[in-house]
Write a protein that binds this ligand. Structure first.
Ligand code: FE2
Length: 313
C-alpha cells in the first residue's frame, strides 16, 4: 500500500529545512508544550523568536462528558502564554481529526486570530464519519470547515521559519506531520520510545500504512526534534514526556526501532489494537473535530446536540 498522496520531494524538502536549522540557531523555533492530563494531549505553541509569529498545534477544548459541558481552562492557558509573549498567531494546525479530545481552535481563533488548517485527506474522514453519524447533506464533506487544507510536501512559513507538511496516514487517513525548522510535530504516529506508536484501528486506519509513515518520519536527520501529541507514561516511567529525537526513536522505540520489520509491526499493532477499548471521548470528539471544532448547528431551542450511534462503532 503506497501513499498515492505522497509527493516525491516532500522528504528532501523537510530534510533540507532540518539541516539548515541544525547549523543556524536563527532557523529554530521556540516551542512551548501544554499538557492536558485529562486527555493526555500536548498542545504546542511554536513561534519565530525574530518576528513573534506563531502557530498553535492541537489545542484542547475541555469537555465534561457526563454533563455535556465545554469549558476553556486549557485554552486559556495557551491564550495567556501567547499574550504574555506578544505573539501573533497566524496558524491553528490540527495534525488530524482527534478521537480523544475536542479541538479549541474556533475559540482560540476568535481570541487570537489566525487560520485553521488540517490535512487535505480530512475529506475521507468526513465521509467515513459522516456516514457513521448519519449526517445530513448539510454537513459538507469537502473540508470547507477549515481555512486551509495542507497537501503532502506543501511548504509554509511562520515569520522567518520554514515549514513543510508531510502526509503520514495510518492512525487515520488524514494524519499530517509538520516540520518547522529542526522540529517535527508528529501528531499520533509515534509516541515516546518506551511507549511505542499510535493505534491504527479507527475507521480508515491502517497498521501497514502507519508503519510506512513512521519510517518516513524516521528518515529525517537523526537530530530532528520530535514533538508528540500524547503521552501516557510507560511502565517504569513516572513523568510525562513528549519530546524525543529521530535518533532516539530509531535506536530504541519499542515498536518501530531499526530492525523491526513491517510484518512484525503489523502483527504486533493489530493484535494489540484488538485489546483496546474506544477512547472515552471518541463520539463527541469526532463529531466536533470533523467540523473544524464547531458544535453541530443548534436545534430550534438553541441547543446543540451530539449523537450517540448505538452498536455502530
Ligand atoms: Fe489521534
Amino acid at each position: 500500500m503506497t501513499d498515492s498522496n505522497a509527493s516525491p520531494d516532500a522528504l528532501s524538502r523537510a530534510t533540507a529545512i532540518v539541516e539548515a536549522a541544525a547549523t543556524d540557531a536563527a532557523k529554530r523555533p521556540t516551542i512551548a508544550g501544554f499538557f492536558d492530563e485529562a486527555t493526555n494531549t500536548v498542545t504546542y505553541v511554536v513561534h519565530d523568536p525574530q518576528t513573534c509569529e506563531a502557530a498553535i498545534i492541537d489545542s484542547v477544548l475541555d469537555y465534561d462528558a457526563a454533563a455535556g459541558r465545554t469549558s476553556h481552562a486549557s485554552a486559556e492557558r495557551v491564550v495567556e502564554y501567547v499574550n504574555s509573549k506578544n505573539l501573533q498567531v497566524i496558524w491553528h494546525i490540527e495534525t488530524h481529526a482527534h478521537a480523544d479530545h475536542l479541538s479549541a481552535a474556533p475559540y482560540l481563533q476568535e481570541k487570537l486570530g489566525g487560520k485553521l488548517a488540517i490535512g487535505q485527506q480530512i475529506t475521507l474522514v468526513q465521509n467515513v464519519f459522516g456516514k457513521i453519524f448519519n449526517e445530513g447533506t448539510e454537513f459538507e464533506r469537502d473540508g470547507s470547515q477549515f481555512d486551509h487544507l495542507f497537501a503532502d510536501g506543501e511548504t509554509f512559513s511562520i515569520g522567518t521559519l520554514e515549514g513543510v507538511a508531510l502526509h503520514v496516514p495510518g492512525h487515520t487517513p488524514a494524519d499530517m506531520a509538520f516540520v518547522i525548522g529542526d522540529a517535527a510535530f508528529v501528531g499520533d504516529t509515534i509516541f515516546m520510545p518506551d511507549y511505542g506508536t499510535a493505534r491504527a484501528d479507527f475507521p480508515g486506519g491502517d497498521a501497514r500504512q502507519l508503519f510506512r509513515s513512521i519510517r518516513r518520519l524516521l528518515s529525517l536527520p537523526r537530530e530532528t526534534r520530535l514533538f508528540l501529541c500524547h503521552d501516557y507514561k510507560a511502565p517504569g516511567r513516572d513523568d510525562y514526556a513528549w519530546e524525543t529525537t529521530v535518533g532516539q526513536q530509531r535506536d530504541g522505540n519499542v515498536h518501530v526501532r531499526d530492525g523491526i520489520s513491517e510484518d512484525d509491526f503489523v502483527e504486533m499493532r493489530t493484535s494489540r489494537d484488538a485489546t483496546l477499548g474506544m477512547p472515552k471521548l471518541i463520539l463527541p470528539s469526532v463529531q466536533i473535530n470533523i467540523r473544524g471544532g464547531h458544535l453541530p448547528d443548534p436545534e430550534d431551542n438553541g441547543v446543540s446536540y451530539i449523537k450517540i450511534p448505538v452498536n455502530a462503532l
